[in-house]
Structure formats: structure tokens, C-alpha cells
Design a protein around this ligand. Structure first.
Ligand code: ZN
Length: 72
């Protein structure tokens, strides 16, 4: 079973080391408001290997809260 969380995680890992914002994650994966990426990225940010920061998103270029997978 593919959960939203694992889809979000796979997307972030694919873009690593580039950061991506919640809005682009939501758009890329076609998430509904209820599944909003914000909850998922906060969940991932609490895990090893991910960090959340304010910075330019690699996809839309906006300065906002982004998440990226740390270098492996
Ligand atoms: Zn973005």
C-alpha cells in the first residue's frame, strides 16, 4: 500500500539535496486539502534524514518553509 506519507517522502528524496515547499509537494502529488503536505512534512521533519527550514524552493523559487533530505 502506498501511503501519502511515503509518496511525499519519495518525492523529497528524488529532489535531494534540493529543498521543496509544501505547496509544490501538494501540487506535484495532487493531494487534497485534507491530505495537505504540511502535516506530512512536519511528520518527516521529526525523522532522521530530513530537515525543515526557510529558504528558496527548488521548484517554485519562493522563499518559504521547505523540506529536504539531508545528504546520504
Ligand atoms: Zn515550491
Amino acid at each position: 500500500m502506498t501511503t501519502v506519507l511515503s509518496q511525499v517522502r519519495a518525492l523529497i528524496e528524488r529532489l535531494a539535496p534540493e529543498p521543496i515547499c509544501d505547496d509544490c509537494i501538494t501540487q506535484r502529488l495532487g493531494l487534497s486539502v485534507r491530505q495537505h503536505a504540511n502535516h506530512k512534512t512536519r511528520e518527516l521533519a521529526g525523522m532522521n534524514g530530513f530537515e525543515r527550514q526557510i529558504g528558496p524552493c527548488a521548484l517554485c523559487g519562493s522563499q518559504k518553509k521547505v523540506i529536504r533530505a539531508k545528504g546520504r
